[in-house]
Design a protein around this ligand. Structure first.
Ligand code: CA
Length: 268
């Protein structure tokens, strides 16, 4: 049976007062959410989506990962809509989501926004998520090159996210990952990827156990200025007997007051 063995680390960084990132790390589901919004709404967006997605996936272990991710994201969005209805100051809150779900055999990624999923095998790092940013669009259209993209003043402009509005359908990237035991995955917020180049990420990610690699990556972001909240979740793909265990809650989702209507997740 395939599963994750991992740990995560989050840090508010050296500039921001609050941590609007959230993460969950468990043996069959792991995710990173990076919230935005004034008046503490960024925390509410990321915590609510992290909690609702993790809880929904954990309660539907019999369904295909693609199906359960779609359901989880729709449910999470409904909670964001309810959250805005409860407090109009949360209008405009939004979050990224990069999640991986394993059913014991396959690993599927669900992704929206500019948090990232990287895959490391034999020292070779590959970004498997695609940034939903304006700069990535320019890159895809061949209008700028990678070097220009990494320095672009508008590189943080996200064109797709999970919002507290249900006007548009959720546009979620779903991708089955080509993984095998021994591989390592990294889920991170842009507080890492914006400050630390891929070559350095590849090197640091490959050293030590998931716990120490996540800590070293976070430290690398802080050493590079720590301009933003930074979250790193490192997962080893392992083959072995099924395990039961709680996941690790990180960042905004650690405080239950940030979660909109947690009891409203129907656990089966
Ligand atoms: Ca961020």
């Amino acid at each position: 049976m395939l599963r994750f063995s991992g740990r995560g680390v989050t840090d508010a960084g050296l500039v921001r007062q609050n941590n609007e990132d959230a993460a969950f790390v468990g043996p069959y589901v792991a995710l990173v959410a990076d919230g935005v919004g004034g008046a503490a709404a960024g925390e509410v967006a990321s915590a609510t989506v992290a909690y609702v997605v993790a809880a929904t996936v954990l309660s539907r272990s019999d369904a295909a990962p693609e199906q359960v991710l779609r359901l989880a994201v729709e449910t999470a969005r409904a909670h964001l809509v309810a959250g805005v209805r409860q407090d109009v100051a949360r209008q405009g809150m939004a979050t990224t989501l990069s999640a991986v779900v394993c059913d014991g055999r396959r690993v599927v990624m669900g992704h929206v926004g500019d948090s990232r999923v990287y895959h490391l095998r034999g020292g070779r790092l590959r970004q498997v998520s695609r940034d939903h940013t304006w700069v990535q669009q320019l890159l895809d259209e061949g209008r700028i090159n990678r070097e220009a993209a990494a320095q672009h003043p508008w590189r943080n402009v996200v064109v797709r996210s999970l919002e507290g509005s249900d006007v548009m359908p959720v546009d979620l990237d779903l991708l089955e990952l080509d993984v095998e035991p021994g591989d390592r995955l990294l889920l991170c917020s842009d507080g890492l990827s914006d400050l630390v180049p891929d070559g350095r990420i590849a090197h640091v990610l490959g050293v030590g156990d998931p716990d120490s690699a996540a800590a070293a990556l976070t430290q690398a972001a802080l050493s590079a200025g720590g301009r933003d909240n930074v979250t790193c979740v490192v997962l080893d793909l392992v083959d072995g007997p099924a395990v039961v265990g709680d996941g690790q809650l990180l960042g905004s989702v650690f405080d239950p007051r940030n979660i909109v209507d947690p009891a409203g997740v129907h656990l089966v």
